[in-house]
Design a protein around this ligand. Sequence first.
Ligand SMILES: *Cc1c(COP(=O)(O)O)cnc(C)c1O
Length: 809
Amino acid sequence: MKKWQDKEEFKKIFTEKAHVLWEKELRDLTLNEVYQTIAYMIRDLVSEDWIRTNEVYAEQKAKQVYYFSIEFLLGRLLQSNLIGIGLEDICRQGLEDLGWKLEDVVPQERDPGLGNGGLGRLAACFIDSLAALQLPGHGCSIRYQYGLFNQRIVDGQQVELPDNWLVNGYPWEVKRVDKAVNVRFGGNAYMRPTEDGELECVHENYSSVRAVPYDVPVIGYHNDTVNTLRLWRAEYSREDLYRELTLGDRHRAFRYKNNVQLISRFLYPEDSTEDGRRLRLMQEYFMVSAGLQSIVRHYKRKYKESMYKFDQYIAIHINDTHPALVVPELMRILLDEEGMAWEDAWDITCRTVAYTNHTILPEAMEKWSIPMFQSLLPRIYLIVEEINNRWLKEVRRLYPGDENKARSVAILWDGQVHMAHLSVLGSHSVNGVAEIHSQILKDSTLHQFYTIFPNRFSNKTNGVTHRRWLIEANPQLSDLIDEAIGDEWRLEPSKLIRLKTVSSDSAFLDKLAKVKKARKEILADYIKKEYDTNIAVDSIFDIQIKRIHLYKRQLLNILGILHLYYTLKANPDLRVRPHTFLFGGKAASGYGEAKQTIKLINVVANMINRDKQVNKQLKVLFLENYNVSLGQLLFPAADVSEQISTAGKEASGTGNMKFMMNGAITLGTMDGANVEICREVGMEHCVIFGLRAEEVMNYYMHGGYSSWNMYSSDPRIRQLMNSLVDGSINGEHFGMLYESLLDRNDEFFVLKDFAAYCEAHTEISRRYANQKQWFHSSAINIAHSGYFSSDRTIQQYASDIWRIKPVKV
Ligand SMILES: *Cc1c(COP(=O)(O)O)cnc(C)c1O
């Protein structure tokens, strides 16, 4: 790559580029135009490497992986790309000469609305790691016009505003009209005999949707690799519209037009209506079919190998079950377009596809009604039916008379298509995302499959990219680490373990404390600016940021705070260590309990923050619109990382890793990757409380827990529960939460774990009182965070599942 040599060259190129792009004087540029100009300059820089990367992969016929995910929660790209190509400083200096600050330009970029939470962020970390490790791997998803929603808090309640993130365009994407493909929906499909006695499929009267790719470069870290994130947008051509008119009438054409426009419009279609669910299924097939067609076309053109060798050159990964239709879609291509025999096609499909399971919550298991599936995807349905028939025949042969076995592994059952079952059956690898989660998959969720295919199952504990979550988000800490152990950790995060050698060194720990304070000040300044409120940087910053969900138990956190408040009110002379509790996270728009939890947090926050008797010691704040960019401000400022899900419910969590990497202490349950975090750092460097997963499971299976008993026996709980419905919290009522906790017997054991949670907080305060000990723990956490780098995770996927190797560009 021919980089900018110095700030003078940056300024020269910037000036030229800005003139061409905007046709105005530099001094008249808006900050947004400055941002876009630099983005286009970076694209110019990497364009050769981007082309070269694909050439080298094709020349060497390197095996490549395609990572299919319905979401990629990328966050901003300007700074991470600058860091990746090593030009952040030159850019900053050049801009300064021209009268701008890089720090003012960066926030001009809007977070892309391409994801909503942990699953999407994992996909983003993974493509970052693939490029950093020079691995041939690409992302595949949808170019949603609108993201989830922008969250505002009005009168304590969540308000959802449209996230029109593309309004000013997106300088990182390149539209590739020449690479468009067609995706078929609807019509009729049936089998008919050919002249030579075989069966062939006829698919007629279908609608054809044009899928147009928008490519985003995925830039490696200090190497020349530039991989691709390919995002598909649905369009229709005039021919498509004409076809609809001739196949039907103007009503059909009108419906078609509307449907096509909807396919890539919203990240999350409302799933409370049949139409919304149908749209989501359209999105899934659209992404899968477009992605696979383009992979196959590229494979045949550039690799010029037989389709019988497809799996030797291509690996396809499905991030949860949303892309599970790759299984029947690849079968369709091999059968209908390549004329393969069923057995060969099935063999190749299973060898190509690998599946990651992300959840064990039963309500999150994806299922589609057969009538909807069949009418929308008639050819795909025939294939799924055949897969299911052959499979059940095999199962009944292996386990004669055992209909329970058949039911528990069927793909079609009870009028539904079971996507997780399709994914396990149609792939050669199934993994969970943390040790405890992978164990639960084998023991219960997918136990029947495990007994049949024990070797198919493995664990790949999640990770996060330290490039974004440490180097970019926390340059102050990164510089301190360099000073202490050198900078090799930036290329190899496992080297962070060297911090153990200084983790008892007073001088180092003092500096670590100063860095934490500096980051708390940066956050405090942001909060002052955005919310016109002061937070005390010498208080403990205790942070819970993640999607709002009953199983994640933000309720436990806020009830703990409310109890602390009551304690302070009842004991006016009591002095506790000052605490700032921060929350952030979106509630799904149809999720009543989650929305009421947000309201409860805000009402309690208001009551506490206005109460002069306690607000020197306690402050509570709900930050609006938690996203990647806000996260980059919050993780570095945290003292305490709240990871308090009901044990056995959080598959892994990745927020926990971002906190740890930034020196926060985990206050958590034995759930997801918390288990591994506390194993790595040792029990004395995290605070663990509450029921274990086995105990939770036991209560579910055998009963023995009554939340009303907790209400009767624990006066603290009685007071808290009463306050939810008697108006004592600012006159507000929280009936839905009260019902969930008491009348529906507290499915997530909030009350059961309450006492242990309070004690865990006492332990945190006790430890924080000894600052040297606290920052020793903080250093130990950073030192062990190398294991939770997505580079480690991706290396495991690459060697154990995908069998791909680095390619030097
Ligand atoms: C990391 C991350 C998540 C996932 O957080 P968990 O605590 O693992 O649920 C969600 N949203 C954003 C914006 C993130 O950065």
